[in-house]
Write a protein that binds this ligand. Sequence first.
Ligand code: R5P
Length: 261
Amino acid sequence: MKNRLSRIIKPKDNRTVMLAVDHGYFMGPTSGLENIADTVNPLLPYADTLMLTRGALRNYIAPEIDIPIVLRVSGGTSILNENLLHEGIIASMEDAVRLNVSGVAFSIMVGAKYERDTLLAFSQVVDEAESLGIPVIAVTAVGKDMVRDARYMGLASRIAAEIGAHIVKTYYVEGFEKVVETCPVPVVIAGGKKTDEITALRTAFNAIEAGAVGVDMGRNIFQANNPEAMIQAVNAIVHDNHTPDEAYQILSKAKGSRFSK
Ligand code: R5P
């Protein structure tokens, strides 16, 4: 368990840049992920882990590539379904082991109609993963109707940790210190919908300042004007304690960047 956790959260600084490219499990061919290999390969040198589905792993990521994998194991509904938040288990722990993953990720829907189903399925995943020494990342606060504030994030994150999550992934909100303080396991933030680059960098910086151990970021990296420069900028904030303005310089200096003066 510790060995796998240290492949996700780097022991050198207790931080992580997780690159999330699992969106296809409910969104289909997401913009920027039409061919995951083409998008992801240039970004891997700046990512600590890659979060994706088993189908994406098998079809797009060569087995020789040395990147720790966090496997999405929840799903079962699509953006076309009004019950989008009713996810169940979509990959067995046996397959996760066979794929040699460093962790698995499961979305819990606290406060949504199918809360109970997702929390019970999540606890089953934790039981099975624990017996094999595999860390479980709880993805919380997904759903457009959720009020994303520190009180809700704190509640969802704490519930995830109490059920057995080893890492909690949630969204940055004002008062995030409280969310981190009341969650006994490491917290990472999702990036959310694509915003302008400086806003995404500020969000990552604020989350780290508030005590998050890193980011599990997708669209704000792979949909950026220059994804390679963007992940380097995010990496500079997470691992090198750069300010958003310092990190933004990386984008400005990138060749052919629309940010260059
Ligand atoms: C959502 O549940 C997926 O796990 C995404 O991987 C996650 O939201 C992170 O991606 P993004 O930064 O694009 O929100």
